[in-house]
Design a binder for this molecule. Structure first.
Ligand code: PLP
Length: 374
């Protein structure tokens, strides 16, 4: 057994006393989840309108500091609508990191737009502002309408740097904050720095609604439009069914919002548990040559959604060996996503050289990170 796997197994079995399978990430329901769900069933408010949807949106705005939060069916749909609100239309182009979950690129495709891939920084695992600036300067003739910053595993990207480059080039900054609810950049919540931002509440995220997402913005007109377009663009009226645009039925059901309200009540606990776990992992691997735990940058406070171990040098064989050894020991680890520019549907997208992305893909192992693992 490799020393990495040995230390990992010892930490979970002896350190934390885990008896059974240790999953990569399992949701934790220790609060008002059952009570709120019961309430939906008893009152009959289970579907597309209800008090929990309003409450969930108000809680999200309160937590993130965004003026407007609109709950939707999932994070992919949220990002698609964000891109639409940022002006992305069929035939346009959007800069995204290749180092991301496939939903980021899919949302661009769902708008009929094309991805352009720019490299990330090792420091943040997010888009590199210098490389972005260079890319935008070299492609001024292209219909690039937006740049999507993704906050990998909860670590905020260099938001000031990216915002400055986007402003210089007159291009909208959109945040895919699916992984970073509870993460701050210079004291301000992620999802609050771009024109519009998306969140996800999928089952494996820091808090879950079963499935769900949200759109955040500080622009009142965009907030209103986001709600209107995601609720079939119905013109408010006591009984008439009038619609003034081709809207989406992307409403988050009240049932899911009820689960979400209970989960947001314990978000701070989840963040605390994950930050403690990241510190524990740091101690476990301290002193082991060639390996370190990815840690937040000085300007950020990460939610450490998924803990990540980094090898000093790319070594795909070692990444897979550790994952397989850990699985045999009942501990679930994962490689980072296959970068988008290696996937068949995104292989031909315009892109820069992506040396950091490709290196990280063969250096990183995600470690078990459930919020219940205090
Ligand atoms: C989870 C995730 C999404 C999409 O969320 P869904 O709710 O699963 O559609 C988008 N982007 C990133 C980076 C994610 O991790």
């Amino acid at each position: 057994m490799h020393e990495i796997t040995r230390r990992l197994a010892e930490f979970w079995r002896d350190g934390r006393g885990a008896a059974g399978m240790v999953p990569l990430h399992a949701p934790a329901f220790r609060g008002n989840e059952a009570a709120y769900l019961q309430d939906c069933i008893q009152t009959g408010w289970v579907s597309s309108v209800g008090a929990y949807v309003d409450r969930f949106e108000a809680m999200l705005a309160d937590i993130t500091g965004a003026a407007h939060a609109v709950a939707v069916v999932n994070g992919t749909a949220a990002l698609q609508v964000c891109l639409y609100l940022a002006g992305v239309r069929p035939g346009d182009e959007v800069v995204v990191p290749s180092l991301t979950f496939v939903a980021t690129a899919n949302a661009v495709s769902h708008c009929g737009a094309t991805c352009r891939f720019v490299d990330v920084e090792e420091r943040t695992l997010g888009l590199d502002p210098a490389r972005l600036d260079d890319h935008l300067a070299r492609h001024r003739d292209r219909p690039i309408r937006a740049v999507v910053a993704m906050h990998t595993f909860g670590q905020p990207a260099d938001l000031d740097g990216l915002a400055e480059v986007c402003a210089d080039h007159g291009i909208a900054l959109v945040e895919d904050a699916a992984e970073s609810l509870g993460s701050l950049y210079k004291g301000r919540h992620t999802g609050n720095h771009g024109l519009v931002s998306s969140l996800s509440f999928n089952g494996n995220k820091i808090v879950t609604t079963g499935g769900g997402g949200a759109i955040l913005t500080n622009d009142p007109a965009l907030g209103k439009l986001a709600k209107h377009l995601t609720t079939t663009a119905k013109v408010p009226h006591p009984y008439r069914f009038d619609h003034d645009a081709v809207g989406w039925n992307y409403r988050l059901p009240n049932l899911n919002a009820a689960l979400g309200c209970a989960q947001l009540e314990v978000l701070a606990e989840h963040v605390t548990a994950k930050r403690r776990l990241a510190e524990d992992y740091h101690a476990v691997f301290a002193g082991l040559e060639g390996v370190r735990i990815f840690r937040e940058t000085p300007e950020a406070r990460s939610n450490y959604w998924l803990a990540a171990l980094l090898l000093e040098r790319p070594d795909r064989a070692l990444v897979e060996r550790v994952i397989e050894e850990a699985a045999a020991a009942g501990i679930q680890c994962r490689p980072i996503w296959t970068p988008m520019h290696h996937l068949p549907m995104y292989r031909h997208c315009p892109r820069d050289a992506l040396p950091v992305t490709d290196a990280i893909a063969d250096r990183l192992i995600n470690l078990p990170s459930s919020p219940a693992a205090v």
